[in-house]
Write a protein that binds this ligand. Structure first.
Ligand code: SF4
Length: 375
């Protein structure tokens, strides 16, 4: 790296360390030319302001994919079945409650409900599912429906988006995942999923959720044909949206995983993933929590991410159908994993409340759990 560029990136990092906001151009320069270790150092220092380095957090939820019928046809998706193919499924509210019975026995108190976009399902189906889960498990937190699903409900009902969300909330919806964002530039959306919500539809849906009190998360998924500029542009869309509504509690950088032959992925090197994660921590100065996804990236990368700006490992996932899973499958596995990485595990809910869970008590099995690099 040229000395001149190094001086520039050092200045950007100093500015971030002092709590000053960095620009899009500066973030891009960090991605292109920034020193990996210096970025990790600054990201770690900024993480400390949110959660002491002594701790790393996790939560316990069950994923329920209520249907795999979908008309959006994202090129990377191996989960969907074409509507009318007769090969897919729709879960009844009874099936869903039964799945949650199992999850509750496994100590999960959070639910993540998501599915394909299936216009044949009536709006009452969604309301009934939410009410059925809430009446069986009143304390279960329900996070559900990505922007593309919510927009489908808006079209289906002819109601305003706000009214749709208020009715879902009344039925039991507690928060929303900012899912389906992938890369928020129109060029990439046309390549990956032309039928999915556009950038403006995605932000309209998320901001309306925040306005009615449905908070949640956002993510970026990279490792396809996107440019570095587009990754930073995506972060900027999220940061500007957050400035308006303050509804994103956390941000999760992921990489695309091989799922279909139709979709060409670029295997992102670990150091690049960790560098982007560090830049997320630095650039997204208005989002408190940065999560790493152990489920997608594996345990080795997950542990390193906790030293690169992340304060959370996303979750213990009881079920996941959409993605290949390396995830943490039980609370014991999560606490051993975090303690083995040198942290005191801290359980949280999907709104980042820590206080309702007791402090972790060491079991003595922590240190020999895994070696670096194992997935
Ligand atoms: S990722 Fe979601 S929206 Fe896209 S095709 Fe799969 S199920 Fe449908």
């Amino acid at each position: 790296m040229l000395l001149q560029e190094a001086e520039k990136t050092d200045k950007i990092l100093e500015k971030a360390l002092e709590g000053e906001r960095i620009s899009k151009e500066e973030a891009l320069l960090l991605y292109e030319e920034g020193d990996f270790l210096k970025i990790q150092f600054v990201a770690r220092a900024l993480r400390e302001k949110v959660l002491s380095h002594k701790y790393a957090s996790y939560t316990m939820f069950r994923v329920v994919n209520y249907t795999n019928y979908c008309n959006v046809e994202c090129s990377f998706c191996s989960f969907m079945d074409e509507i009318g193919s007769g090969k897919g499924y729709v879960l009844s509210k009874e099936d869903i409650v039964e799945k949650m019975e199992f999850a509750a026995k496994e100590n999960a108190d959070q639910m993540f409900l998501q599915g394909g976009v299936y216009p044949d399902l009536k709006f009452d189906y969604y309301l009934d599912v939410l009410s059925a889960v809430k009446s069986r498990f009143p304390a279960m937190h329900i996070r559900a429906f990505s922007p593309v699903e919510i927009i489908n409900m808006e079209r289906l009902t002819g109601l305003s988006l706000r009214e749709v969300l208020l009715r879902l909330k009344e039925a039991g919806l507690d928060s929303v995942p900012g899912a389906g964002a992938e890369i928020l530039t129109e060029r990439m959306r046309n390549i990956i999923s032309p039928k999915k919500a556009s950038v403006s539809e995605w932000t309209r849906a998320m901001e309306t959720c925040h306005e009615v009190g449905l908070l949640g998360s956002a993510n970026v998924v990279f490792g396809s044909e996107e440019t570095k500029e587009e990754v930073i542009e995506h972060l900027n869309v999220i940061r500007e949206s957050q400035d308006r509504t303050h509804g994103f509690l956390s941000f999760i950088p992921w990489t695309f995983q091989p799922q279909t032959k139709r979709f060409k992925i670029r295997m992102v090197p670990t150091h690049e993933y960790l560098k982007v994660l560090g830049i997320c921590r630095i650039f997204l100065d208005n989002i408190p929590h940065i999560e790493t996804s152990v489920m997608v990236l594996g345990k080795g990368v997950g542990q390193l991410a906790l030293y690169s700006g992340a304060d959370d490992v996303s979750s213990v996932v009881i079920e996941e159908n959409v993605l290949r899973s390396f995830g943490l499958k039980s609370e014991e596995e999560a606490t051993r994993f975090l303690a083995g990485a040198g942290f005191t595990p801290k359980r949280r809910d999907l709104l980042y409340n820590y206080d309702k869970y007791p402090d972790y008590i060491p079991t003595g099995k922590e240190t020999s759990y895994m070696n670096l690099g194992a997935s």
